[in-house]
Design a protein around this ligand. Structure first.
Ligand code: BG6
Length: 480
């Protein structure tokens, strides 16, 4: 039911697991001053309560971790490169050799096990200096700094990496301008025209990456990475249908530009009607024509939209949120669980663009509890995670039957790491448990969860084991 060349694996991001936040010449990144995630206050400089400064110590333990991923049969491993390891400030001329060497070694370790790396170039971890000095992507000079960074890593890892993603969840800048766009100006003071100017700079930079990447190695496969979230009309009222369409447009604009190489008509209308003027340099329209080879996306939740002001109450969910769907259950963090929505978005993307699709993130953040296994070793009986992943993967299989071209699937946080939105460790996604807690305690030991063995079987059977009864849906942790 899955194509023979389907890539199975998992995903992480540097800032959420590496730690070693100042080691080997690394500069500060915006994450180093975000101890409480997107909603919490920022600090002037790193503080001890910031769990990301140590993460899961992946920087020192990656060999042990990749060995475990290889044991599960991983064929692809999505990592990100911490920009501030390569250019500690972001605007210097010369890269930091120690940072480059670290990723050389990490990539070699993947290759040793035949694991294909999928590399995110910028995953919410812009050098802090670029935020503080330039206000992040508000400033056009960011395109030049990003260009220097991508030229450096594309050239260096030319033979080691084939699959690249330009910006993680590029559309999340709409909600998280600091984390996603390194924009230092407080969100409440940011004008919409500034936000769209920053978005334009990022879109140009992303297209430039595709252009330069293909020049450096024509075999590179370069994709965008979109936070996908279907927006259903809350009721059959046509006004709700249009409302959900307009809500979706805010996000599909990013995919449209990446795939079609120009702004869609509905976006031009939106900008015009909202009095937003963007500075578009002469060369930008040509640069945008460098369209992506594939579309990658994260998928966690769906939401609803309504034109009825009284019912328009936004709930939790991913970085964006939306009106809660009364038919769905939620995770312990209030993210609504909708496996069928994954089949829906896959079909939507395919029908619209006919570009290969990569599910770069999907998974369940849950509270896990260590228990002894039959041999007395610590493990987690995470049937809830197995059920979640199984139900989503069965919907991927349905989409494949629908004729959608799906390249692969990387579960989010295949090894426990620090959450992006809340900066917690207790919100765990992994197949591998990491002994580290929100108060910073723990040995950092790794333990295999029940899902570790389950996913190993899924990969080994190329998804055929999903059809059998192991890990039957158990939703007792999901609230109504
Ligand atoms: C995505 C991000 O939005 O969701 C990841 O790309 C993030 O960085 C993931 O970790 C899960 O979100 P959270 O807040 O549970 O960590």
């Amino acid at each position: 039911m899955f194509p023979e060349n389907f890539l199975w694996g998992g995903a992480i991001a540097a800032n959420q697991c590496e730690g070693a936040y100042l080691e080997d010449g690394k500069g500060l990144s915006i994450q180093d001053v975000m101890p409480k995630g997107i909603k919490g206050p920022r600090t002037e400089r790193p503080t001890e309560d910031n769990l990301k400064l140590v993460g899961i110590d992946f920087y020192h333990r990656y060999k042990e971790d990749i060995k475990l991923l290889a044991e599960m049969g991983f064929q692809v491993f999505r990592i990100s490169i911490a920009w501030s390891r390569i250019f500690p400030q972001g605007d210097e001329e010369t890269p930091n050799e120690a940072g480059l060497q670290f990723y050389d070694d990490l990539l070699d370790e993947c290759r040793k096990y035949g694991i294909e790396p999928l590399v995110t170039i910028s995953h919410y971890e812009t050098p802090l200096h670029l935020a503080e000095t330039y206000d992040g992507w508000l400033d056009r000079r960011m395109i030049g700094f990003y260009e220097r960074y991508i030229r450096t890593i594309f050239t260096r890892y030319r033979e080691k990496v084939k699959y690249w993603l330009t910006f993680n969840e590029i559309n999340s800048i709409l909600n998280s301008p600091f984390m996603s766009g390194a924009i230092n100006t407080p969100k409440e003071e940011l004008e919409e025209s500034q936000l769209y100017q920053a978005i334009h700079h990022e879109l140009v930079a992303s297209a430039l990456a595709t252009k330069i990447g293909h020049e450096i190695n024509p075999d590179f496969q370069i994709g965008c990475m979109i936070l996908s979230m279907p927006v259903y009309p809350l009721t059959p009222d046509p006004k709700d249908v249009i409302c959900s369409m307009e809500e979706e447009h805010k996000h599909s604009m990013f995919t449209d530009v990446h795939v079609r190489g120009e702004y869609p008509g509905y976006m031009k209308r939106y900008l015009k009607e909202h009095g937003i003027k963007i500075d578009i340099a002469k060369e930008d329209r040509d640069i945008l024509k460098n369209t992506v080879d594939f579309i990658s996306f994260s998928y966690y939740v769906s939401v609803c939209a309504t034109a009825n002001a009284c019912k328009n109450v936004r709930g939790e969910g991913n970085l964006l949120g939306g009106v809660m769907n009364p038919t769905l259950k939620s995770s312990e963090w209030g993210w609504q669980i909708d496996p069928i929505g994954l089949r829906y978005v896959l079909n939507q993307y395919w029908d619209k663009y006919q570009k290969p699709l990569f599910i770069a993130e999907n998974g369940l953040g849950a509270l896990d509890h260590l228990v002894p296994d039959s041999a007395g070793n610590p493990t987690v009986a995470d049937d809830y995670r197995i059920a979640y992943l199984k139900e989503h993967l069965l919907q991927v299989a349905e989409a494949v039957k629908d004729g959608v071209e799906v390249m692969g699937y990387t579960t989010w946080g295949c090894i426990d790491l620090v959450s992006a939105s809340t900066a917690e460790l207790k919100k765990r996604y992994g197949f591998i448990y990491v002994d580290r807690n929100d108060d910073g305690s723990g040995t950092l030991e790794r333990y295999k969860k029940k899902s570790f063995y389950w996913y190993r079987d899924v990969i080994a059977s190329n998804g055929r084991s999903l059809r059998c009864c192991s890990g039957e849906a158990k939703h007792e942790i999901f609230s109504d």
